[in-house]
Design a protein around this ligand. Structure first.
Ligand SMILES: C[S@@+](CC[C@H](N)C(=O)[O-])C[C@H]1O[C@@H](n2cnc3c(N)ncnc32)[C@H](O)[C@@H]1O
Length: 227
């Protein structure tokens, strides 16, 4: 496995013990609402395992996959502190070294934009999902999507929510940039696509019941079901 920037960040990235910022609580809550039964949950680009940990009481089994060995070590540390059990896989997406139909839910937060070949990735996800299994993702996207911008603007009407969300997100981004500066590590390559393109590829590879949930600013939440 080649060394990557996330290996350098891992220790500082780990947010265990810190209060979760408002924007992240909102995202994770929305993702959790997509889960309707206890099942096997696979988290792609798990980082420090924060999303898996958040969803731990809705699962039968937790699996974290990441291409950074150091990130996975942080996940393991956090699991140990909480007495949680999990399976941890070191792998570079789009490759998922699991057998066909082995997960009920495949989830991911802030990671899939680092994968270039989205079609290959979604095909691989579909292969690993069980029948009726669901993909649930929160991720950043290519901003030039007018349709999505209109959807986002509807959220703006709730000014209290909007301001609170952006304030907490901006604070987090600032901390993240400071960390990058301090560690002198360049940001890894990103391959953003529009929400519209995301939906098109999901449809093309065979996902059904595709849902796009708008979020303020940079991200979107999307889900799709394997029928
Ligand atoms: C910004 S972090 C997000 C971590 C975590 N999901 C969270 O909610 O904070 C992105 C994670 O994706 C992982 N990652 C990036 N590219 C990857 C790839 N091609 N395959 C597997 N993991 C990858 C990184 O190592 C890192 O842990």
């Amino acid at each position: 496995m080649k060394n990557n920037q996330f290996d350098e960040w891992a220790e500082e990235y780990n947010c265990f013990g810190k209060e979760m910022p408002f924007f992240q609580k909102w995202i994770f809550k929305k993702m959790k609402e997509e889960i309707d039964k206890k099942g096997i949950i696979l988290d792609l680009g798990t980082g420090d395992g924060r999303l898996l940990i958040y969803l731990s009481n809705t699962s039968k089994k937790l699996i974290g996959l990441d291409s950074s060995k150091n990130m996975l070590n942080e996940t393991k540390k956090n699991f140990n502190k909480l007495g949680l059990k999990g399976k941890f896989i070191l792998s570079e997406l789009p490759k998922i070294p699991l057998s066909n139909k082995s997960a009920d839910y495949i989830i991911s937060n802030a990671a899939l934009h680092h994968v270039k070949d989205k079609e290959k990735l979604y095909k691989e996800i579909l292969r690993v999902l069980k029948k009726h299994g669901k993909l649930i993702v929160a991720d950043c996207f290519e901003k030039e999507d007018k349709e999505y911008k209109n959807e986002q603007n509807k959220l703006r009407k709730d000014k209290v929510f909007w301001n609170k969300y952006l304030k907490s997100l901006n604070r987090c981004e600032k901390e993240f940039l400071n960390m990058q500066k301090k560690l002198k590590v360049k940001h890894p390559i990103e391959y953003h696509i529009t929400p519209k393109k995301t939906k098109e590829i999901l449809e093309k590879v065979g996902f059904k019941e595709i849902k796009i949930t708008p979020m303020p600013k940079l991200d979107l939440i999307y889900s799709g079901v394997k029928k």
